[in-house]
Design a protein around this ligand. Structure first.
Ligand code: ZN
Length: 322
């Protein structure tokens, strides 16, 4: 709209009655959401903006599309925008993303999120896993000092799958056998005393020394003291890689051993398990194939690590994954 027309139109706003004002406000709401998310994306990207194809740092503005500025790379000549190559590329309804990010911060189940953001529940579900796709890669570089490690188990779930590779469970939620079995997904959690945490889904059944080598070793400081329960896999792993190790014999009722400098126990990691289990409850069972996404989501929220949509969006679109 040309400037004189706009001024005329804007001056007339004062004449609106209350219902008309509300109507105008609602019409502008999606645009406000769009402006907010575009500004956030720009703020996150601008300081280190690079061509996603050749990593060239020099680029110039090159028209706009779908609300986003496009850039042309000076080195390779290709055009890109700030979401090219991220899980959010080409995702629509940007005006609702801020509300959706808030729904993620609030840990809302799909239907509740869909209602709040005013999208179809299938969209809310699809968005959940697009938004979380890189969140699962956001992990600390290193666990240092005393590192507690322990596994927790969740009932394996093929929720949402068209074909089950086993008979359906009647009335959901129970394994047919007691103890650790192939019916359970094993989640390995390791947490150091500064609160840095990694976790990994190691598959069905008990954790092995090979799993520990694969998931724990790359993150474990060579000087760390690994503390675990009496499970043999930890001892084998520690011996194999020359890592200092203390085992707490939980079966014999031992909870805390007074070490020389600090108490030896796995209570921090077990508390993490408890928070994770409780947080998962409203989701009413999550599909095993999506479990890594939920673990990343939980880690983002644990102990208020991520509290704003800007921080969360930063992880959603900027994590360099392996
Ligand atoms: Zn380039």
């Amino acid at each position: 709209m040309q400037s004189p027309h706009f001024e005329e139109w804007f001056a007339a706003l004062g004449l609106l009655n209350a219902p008309q004002r509300k109507q105008v406000q609602q019409a502008l709401l999606p645009a406000a959401g769009l402006d907010q998310i575009i500004a956030l994306i720009d703020k996150i990207r601008a300081p280190g903006r690079r061509c996603p194809r050749c990593a060239g740092a020099r680029c110039h503005r090159h028209s706009q599309a779908n609300g986003l500025q496009r850039f042309r790379c000076c080195a390779c000549g290709r055009t890109f925008n700030d979401l090219t190559g991220t899980p959010l590329a080409r995702l629509r309804l940007k005006g609702k993303w801020c509300d959706y990010l808030t729904a993620l911060l609030d840990s809302l189940p799909v239907r509740t999120a869909a209602k709040r953001v005013e999208v179809h529940r299938n969209t809310a579900f699809r968005w959940r896993h697009r938004f979380l796709d890189w969140v699962k890669f956001d992990r600390p570089e290193r666990l240092t000092g005393i590192v507690e490690a322990d596994e927790m188990f969740l009932l394996e779930s093929q929720k949402g799958s068209r074909k089950l590779d086993r008979p359906a469970r009647k009335r959901g939620g129970r394994a047919s056998r007691r103890g650790i079995s192939r019916e359970l997904d094993c989640i390995l959690v390791a947490r150091d005393r500064t609160g840095q945490t990694i976790n990994a889904v190691t598959g069905r059944g008990a954790v092995t020394a090979t799993h520990l080598t694969q998931h724990l070793l790359p993150k474990l400081d060579p000087q760390a003291l690994l503390v675990s329960d009496g499970h043999g896999a930890y001892r084998t792993f520690a011996t194999r890689h020359g890592i200092a190790h203390e085992a707490v014999n939980l079966r014999a009722g031992e909870r805390v051993r007074k070490g020389t400098a600090a108490a030896i126990h796995v209570q921090n990691v077990n508390a993490y398990h408890a928070r994770l289990r409780q947080w998962l409850t409203p989701f009413r069972g999550v599909a095993s194939r999506y479990l890594p996404n939920y673990l990343g989501w939980r880690w983002a929220l644990d102990m208020g690590r991520v509290t704003t949509i800007e921080q969360l969006l930063g992880i959603v679109i900027s994590v360099i994954h392996i």
